[in-house]
Structure formats: structure tokens, C-alpha cells
Design a protein around this ligand. Structure first.
Ligand code: ARG
Length: 463
């Protein structure tokens, strides 16, 4: 039997392989809510424009509501032979309400339908991701406030560089997430145009009210070019680009957590909730959640690459290639959502080992810059000379096997005779971080102010 929905000119049914490669119902069933909402908006508009009878529109809306509850209660029978969500819904509608169902597809194609559904789906996903990211920011800012004065080693090249505070380090990620949210918000703004009414590619001869359907679905306006509306997937690419960058940011903190939780550094303790044991080595506590967040960036970036390549060189307008936009995007956005949730949990639960952090901050001559700055400020040395003298003092301390603040004053004086006792006031890690009061710097009072500012802003955005 040929396909009921489009098989008028066909005499036999598709090969089983054709059905396998063609069907998208296994993944586009996730669009059911958006598909039904768009169909309801379309039918209501057709009735208002006198294109279908008001009575038919009512039956259609009623039938669609029934289908929605069938799907949500798991009673709906999805059929692969019906290819996709659009035809599964329409075919069930015909079973439920009979002839009027055949009027729903007036002045509509699956091409504008899928473009509409997927825009709505991506928009909903962005809204959910934004909430999750805000929650993650809150977890980071709360931890940062709690540990605004906890000194840890700051690294460049993963070599001890200068002391920073744990709070300052966490707030760096709050800033990154703010830009991630901005990228999603930008993508959302651009995608929020309604393709519905573009037809297969050329528009339609029916007198539609496209503003009405756009409004009903929460779009800002109808799309201005029917060819563009049905054939671009830049809204998915852009969202995946934002997701990729967000996942890269998550992977960086995930990697740091792996490093911090390793006994080699021992800077943080992870909770039982976000670690696992080893089946062989009883002593192990593995940071699996962090490792998986680090890894999931791979498939998220992979989905972006995949879709970019699907779209490359594709002539206008719709081509079935575009059906391949969904699986990768759905997988990527759910991987991102899971990653954000896992990071939020880990950040809430992790406990820095404050004493260990402070000790590590004092290792590796982390206050050498403070010494050089002291030479500049107190002895009026040019910075380059101060840098050189400090280097020689560090070498001497290394020779003696002591940290800078334990090096005897006379040893320092062998290199710079004008150094006085008060030099020791700048050599402790606490003094060092306290002195970094420049805007954006690591001083605990800056960190406290920034953390509070973020928490206030996040609270305000909620209401
Ligand atoms: N399942 C299709 C997709 O996701 C729907 C559009 C099909 N249109 C068509 N002319 N075959 O792209």
C-alpha cells in the first residue's frame, strides 16, 4: 500500500531500507508538544481567515488536545511507516475526528512545519539551559563568598604563579557563564521568527494571517522570506556554537576539579555524591562526574561540526539532509544540560582543604612579585632591576631550601643591601592577596563585593 499522506502518485510501498533511512519519528517525536501547538495555532488562523470552517477548527483543536494527552500518558502508538511526528499526529487526528483532519494541512507544508517546530523546541531548550546556567552561577558565587579569603596558588602554565583566593578563582567561571548565557540569549533573539505560512518554499496562495500564528506561538514576527525560512538551520548551528563554548568552559573547571581532587595536589575534597569507588582498589575515590563533564564537551562540539557539514553547500530550499539537524542537537543539548547539573552539584558539595591550599600557595616562591613590587615602591628601583634582584634572591632561597619569608634578612642584603626588616610584611600569602585591590583583582574584599553583586543580580533576575 502506498503512503496515505503523500502516496497519490505511487503504486507500491517503500522498501524496508527506504523506510529505515527516511523515518525520523524515533527522534522527532520529541517535538510533539511544539508540533501540536503550531497545528492548533495554524487551524485557528485558517478558521479566522475563513479558509476552513470554525466548526472544523474546533474539532481539530479538540483532537489535537486528545493526542497531546495520549502522548503524555504514553498511550500514543508512534508508527515508523508514518515517518515523522507531523504525519503521526495528523494520521491519528484523522482516526479521531475523521474528515476535518484533512483540512489542517491547508496552506502548510512539512517544510514550514518542521522549521517552526524545531525553532520552538530549540527556544524551549535555550530557556531551560538559561535557568540551569543561572543556578550554576549561584552555586559558584555562594562558594566564592564563603571562601573569599581562602588563599590558593594561582597558576600560569600550571606552575605556581601568584597567590589568589579560591573565591576569586570560582568567580572567574561566573563571568564565563554570564557570557555563555549572553550567547544563548543572542541566538534566541535571532531565531524567534515564525516560518509558519512559508509553505513548501514559495509561500501560499491562501490569504493567511501570519502575524496571528507568529503571535500565538510567541514569535516576534513572521519570517520575511519563505525560501530562507524553510531552508536555513543557522538557529541550530548558532545554538550549538553557544552550547559548545559553554561546554568548553564547563570542561575547564571539570579538569581543574580533577587536578584539585588528585592526592598530588589535595586542594579539594569531593563528596560521596559526585564520586565513585574502584571495583579493585578499595582506597579510591574517583572524580567520574568531573571527568564525564570534561568528556561530554567532545560530543557537543561534535554535534556542531556535524551540522555545519550537513549544511555546507546545500542548495536552497529544503532538502532532506536537514532532517539530520535534530539527533545531534538533541543529544548535545541534553548532554549540556546534564553537564551543567553535575557541575552545579559538584560545586555545591566540594570542600576546599584551606590549610593545604594556603601551604601550596606559599610553595614555589609565589610572593616573588610582591618582593619585586616592594623594591619598586620602597627603594624606588625601576621594575626591571627589581625583577632581576628578586630573581637572585629567589635563587638564594632555593639554594638554602627555604621559602622566601624564611630567608634571613642578611642573605637578602647580600643581593640588595638597602632591604629592611619591613620587607617581610609583603612576603606572606595573606598579605599578598590582600594587596591585590585593583578593580577585578583577587583581594578578599573585592571578591566579597563581586560575589555579593552576582548573588543580588541572580536573585533580581529570578523575580
Ligand atoms: N522529518 C522532516 C525533517 O525533519 C520533515 C520535513 C519533511 N519534508 C519533506 N518535504 N520531506 O526535515
Amino acid at each position: 500500500m502506498s503512503n496515505k499522506m503523500w502516496g497519490g502518485r505511487f503504486t507500491s510501498s517503500p522498501d524496508a531500507i527506504m523506510e529505515d533511512i527516511n523515518a525520523s519519528i524515533d527522534f522527532d517525536r520529541h517535538l510533539y508538544r511544539q508540533d501540536i501547538a503550531a497545528s492548533k495555532a495554524h487551524a485557528e488562523m485558517l478558521a479566522k481567515q475563513g479558509i476552513i470552517a470554525a466548526d472544523d477548527a474546533k474539532k481539530i483543536a479538540h483532537g489535537l488536545d486528545t493526542i497531546l494527552s495520549e502522548i503524555e500518558s504514553g498511550k500514543f502508538d508512534f508508527k515508523r511507516a508514518l515517518e515523522d511526528i507531523h504525519m503521526n499526529v495528523e494520521s491519528r487526528l484523522a482516526e479521531l475526528i475523521g474528515a476535518p483532519a484533512g483540512r489542517l494541512h491547508t496552506a502548510r507544508s512539512r517544510n514550514d512545519q518542521v522549521a517552526t517546530d524545531f525553532r520552538l523546541w530549540v527556544r524551549d531548550s535555550i530557556d531551560a539551559l538559561d535557568k540551569a546556567l543561572a543556578d550554576y552561577q549561584r552555586a559558584l558565587a555562594e562558594k566564592a563568598l564563603e571562601h573569599a579569603a581562602a588563599v590558593m596558588p594561582g597558576f600560569t602554565h600550571l606552575q605556581t604563579a601568584q597567590p589568589v583566593t579560591f573565591g576569586h578563582h570560582l568567580l572567574a567561571y561566573v563571568e564565563m557563564v554570564a557570557r555563555d548565557r549572553g550567547r544563548f540569549a543572542d541566538a534566541r533573539k535571532r531565531l524567534n521568527e515564525s516560518p509558519l505560512g512559508s509553505g513548501a518554499l514559495a509561500g501560499t496562495s491562501f490569504d493567511l494571517d501570519r502575524d496571528m500564528t507568529a503571535r500565538a506561538l510567541g514569535f516576534d514576527r513572521p519570517s520575511a522570506n519563505s525560501l530562507d525560512a524553510v531552508s536555513d538551520r543557522d538557529f541550530v548551528m548558532e545554538t550549538l556554537a553557544a552550547a559548545s563554548i559553554a561546554s568548553i568552559h564547563l570542561s575547564r573547571l571539570a579538569e581543574e576539579i580533577v587536578i584539585w581532587a588528585s592526592p598530588l595536589t589535595g586542594l579539594v575534597k569531593l563528596s560521596d555524591k559526585f564520586t565513585t569507588g574502584s571495583s579493585m582498589m578499595p582506597q579510591k575515590r574517583n572524580p567520574d562526574a568531573a571527568e564525564l563533564v570534561r568528556a561530554k564537551a567532545g560530543r557537543i562540539v561534535g554535534a556542531l561540526q556535524g551540522l555545519l557539514i550537513v549544511m555546507k553547500g546545500l542548495p536552497l530550499a529544503y532538502a532532506k539532509d536537514m532532517q539530520e539537524d535534530k539527533e545531534g542537537a538533541m543529544d548535545a543539548l541534553s548532554a549540556l544540560s546534564l553537564s551543567i547539573a553535575a557541575m552545579t552539584g559538584m560545586v555545591r558539595d566540594m570542600e576546599p582543604d584551606i590549610a593545604r591550599m594556603k601551604k601550596a600557595a606559599a610553595e614555589g616562591y609565589a610572593t616573588a612579585t610582591d618582593l619585586a613590587d616592594w623594591l619598586v615602591r620602597v627603594l624606588k628601583m625601576p621594575f626591571r632591576d627589581a625583577h632581576h634582584a628578586t630573581g637572585r634572591i629567589v635563587a638564594k632561597a632555593a639554594e638554602q631550601g627555604v621559602p622566601l619569608h624564611r630567608l634571613a634578612l642578611e642573605k637578602m642584603r647580600e643581593i640588595e643591601p638597602r632591604i629592611g626588616e619591613d620587607v617581610f610584611t609583603v612576603l606572606s600569602v595573606d598579605r599578598s592577596v590582600k594587596s591585590r585591590v585593583s578593580y577585578g583583582g583577587t583581594a578578599p574584599r573585592n571578591v566579597r563585593a563581586q560575589a555579593k553583586k552576582w548573588l543580588r543580580k541572580l536573585e533580581k533576575d529570578k523575580s
